[in-house]
Design a protein around this ligand. Structure first.
Ligand SMILES: *[C@@H]1O[C@H](CO)[C@@H](O)[C@H](O)[C@H]1NC(C)=O
Ligand SMILES: *[C@@H]1O[C@H](CO)[C@@H](O)[C@H](O)[C@H]1NC(C)=O
Ligand SMILES: *[C@@H]1O[C@H](CO)[C@@H](O)[C@H](O)[C@H]1NC(C)=O
Length: 300
């Protein structure tokens, strides 16, 4: 009995040492690249949520995680109710944790330049509606606008994690991606619930409902992603042509999360529909090996 216990203890101790050993050096290149890629979106989400809720970002809250990259352009504190501000601030700290988690596993890269100006979101909305909205959409104006703006990008990151999962080789990488995906999915569910509660409200002054706006944004992402239907708003058309509620975005038969490749993610966050053509939220492009390989003459 005693010998068995000592044996088990030794096994457990050895396992702990293995789990605590620095992983980065041991990871195969494809895992490193797949773990670094989502850092782009995690930086974006961290800055958007931190500024939106508190009026300050990573430079104030965790400067040593930015790697000295340029501060985001045009981001600011949103005019939010106490409940939404509280939730978004928590999301902001979660995203800081995600940046820290990724950078403690792989080297990563400095925060890329991000354009989080009202005009950047207004462009997305104009494209989603196929016409310029007057006045231009302001993501920072109120709860509804900010929640809609929060609907634009984070979900794309979630589908990116689902897409990368089957390509990962090591337990270290799989464990990290599962942990990140879990929290991103939770955030998506919270955002969709807050929007769902307001789905029939009109987005002032455009006269369209919150539900319709989410449908338009999802359609735009499907178009830019250029890989078929992988995104659904808060309402969908039933087989009989009836409109029904859609609290989560999931595949038809199995109700699984949709998966996107890094190329699809880049087409959407660049807002250009081309992984070779940066723009939108990343004026100089996203960073990391996967994103940079598409940019023929990278600007610094
Ligand atoms: C970053 O800063 C925090 C405190 O602000 C500190 O605890 C942490 O060790 C720092 N990390 C690095 C890599 O310097
Ligand atoms: C990409 O990251 C590397 C390493 O952090 C940095 O030297 C380079 O300037 C970055 N490029 C862009 C476009 O952000
Ligand atoms: C940010 O995006 C807006 C809208 O596209 C654009 O007018 C502005 O020049 C951009 N800023 C930077 C620094 O890219």
């Amino acid at each position: 009995m005693a010998a068995t216990s000592v044996g088990s203890l030794m096994v457990i101790t050895c396992m702990s040492i293995l789990l605590l050993a620095p992983a980065a050096s041991k990871l195969p290149k494809p895992d490193i690249h797949l773990l670094e890629f989502p850092l782009n979106l995690e930086y974006l989400e961290a800055e958007f949520y931190l500024y939106g809720s508190m009026g300050m970002g990573m430079d104030q809250i965790q400067p040593n995680l930015t790697g000295g990259g340029p501060p985001p352009v045009g981001v600011r504190r949103a005019n939010l109710s106490p409940l939404v501000r509280d939730i978004i601030a928590q999301f902001g700290y979660q995203e800081v944790g995600h940046v820290r988690a990724i950078k403690s596993t792989v080297a990563g890269f400095a925060r890329p330049l991000m354009n989080l100006s009202a005009a950047s979101f207004a462009n997305v909305m104009n494209n989603a509606f196929g016409r310029p909205l007057h006045p231009p959409f302001d993501p920072y104006a109120n709860d509804i606008n900010y929640l809609i703006a929060s609907y634009v990008i984070p979900y794309v990151g979630l589908t990116g994690y689902v897409g990368s999962a089957p390509l990962l080789q090591t337990p270290t990488a799989k464990k990290l991606v599962a942990g990140l995906l879990g929290i991103e999915s939770g955030q998506d569910a919270v955002l969709r619930t807050l929007l769902y509660q307001r789905a029939k409200e009109r987005v002032i002054p455009y006269g369209v409902t919150v539900g319709e706006v989410t449908d338009r944004i999802s359609e735009l992402r499907n178009k830019l992603g250029d890989a078929g239907l992988k995104d659904e708003g808060l309402t969908i058309l039933d087989i009989g042509g009836k409109i029904r509620g859609n609290i989560l975005s999931a595949t038809n038969t199995y109700s699984l999360s949709y998966a996107r490749t890094p190329e699809e993610v880049l087409r959407i966050v660049y807002q250009t529909g081309k992984e070779q053509l940066p723009g939108g939220f990343f004026p100089y492009g996203a960073n990391g090996t996967i994103a940079r390989q598409y940019l023929k003459s990278p600007k610094i």
